[in-house]
Design a protein around this ligand. Structure first.
Ligand SMILES: Cc1cc2nc3c(=O)[nH]c(=O)nc-3n(C[C@H](O)[C@H](O)[C@H](O)COP(=O)(O)O)c2cc1C
Length: 215
């Protein structure tokens, strides 16, 4: 386990979307710890529809940069974690999910119900609905990884600026994959970005119903 450099609160408060990285390689065990944090995320029915492609080679980072509106940090980051969802993941993984659940104490009645709910719910989705569902699930795992990276002393850059078809081509992704976001991980080079600040709670949080302040 890597040394904890910041508490979770410090990581949340101090994190900035890193503008530029020094490109130093990340030790494999640190990368494993970051990825593992993502794999611990919760997901609907525990279907874990996320898939991650870790790009570290200079040649592949260069190609990925070209698929990401030429964003320099894609090439500069030590590793870019390309977070995808697999629209067919649930079909392939439902038996595995139930088997693991049973090993962890899932009752048979729950397993039977889950199998029919998952199938009914997810098989009814349009392509857009599936992408919306995948976005929700994958971004939780993505956020776990981003914060774990920060806690163990890395800087991160979340990115949505990429072209779906081009990233597909560069990474040779299966057709059922949907690219959700890119996470650059490494160490900041030069100055950090300004702090854009955040709207205060009264602007974005309500109590009991829309428009009422939280007491
Ligand atoms: C999902 C997501 C996608 C983003 N995509 C990009 C991007 O493609 N390029 C970029 O420069 N910044 C990107 N950002 C960074 C945001 O601009 C940044 O998080 C925001 O301005 C707030 O700044 P802070 O993260 O430093 O507090 C993205 C952030 C998120 C959460």
């Amino acid at each position: 386990m890597a040394e904890i450099k910041k508490t979770l609160s410090e990581a949340i408060e101090g994190r900035r979307a890193t503008p530029s990285f020094d490109g130093e390689p990340i030790p494999a065990e640190d990368l494993q710890q970051i990825l593992d944090a993502g794999l611990h995320a919760p997901s609907g029915y525990n279907m874990q529809p996320w898939r991650f492609i870790v790009v570290q080679s200079p040649e592949q980072k260069k190609r990925l940069r070209a698929a990401s509106y030429n964003q320099g940090k894609v090439e500069e980051a030590s590793a870019v974690i390309v977070a995808c969802g697999d629209a067919d993941g649930w079909r392939k993984d439902i038996d595995l999910m139930l088997q693991q659940g049973r090993e962890g104490g899932m009752p048979e009645s729950y397993a039977a119900q889950a199998r029919s709910s998952v199938t009914n719910y997810l098989s009814s989705f349009s392509s857009d609905e599936m992408h919306g569902w995948l976005n929700k699930m994958v971004m939780i795992a993505f956020t776990h990884m981003m914060l774990m990276a920060e806690v163990i002393g890395y800087d991160t850059a979340p990115m949505e600026g990429f072209e779906q078809e081009k990233v597909h081509e560069v990474l040779r992704l299966p057709l059922s994959y949907w690219v959700v976001a890119l996470l650059g991980v490494g160490h900041l080079k030069g100055d950090d970005k300004f702090n854009g600040g955040r709207f205060d709670m009264a602007h974005t949080v309500f109590g009991e119903e829309f428009g009422k302040p939280l007491k």
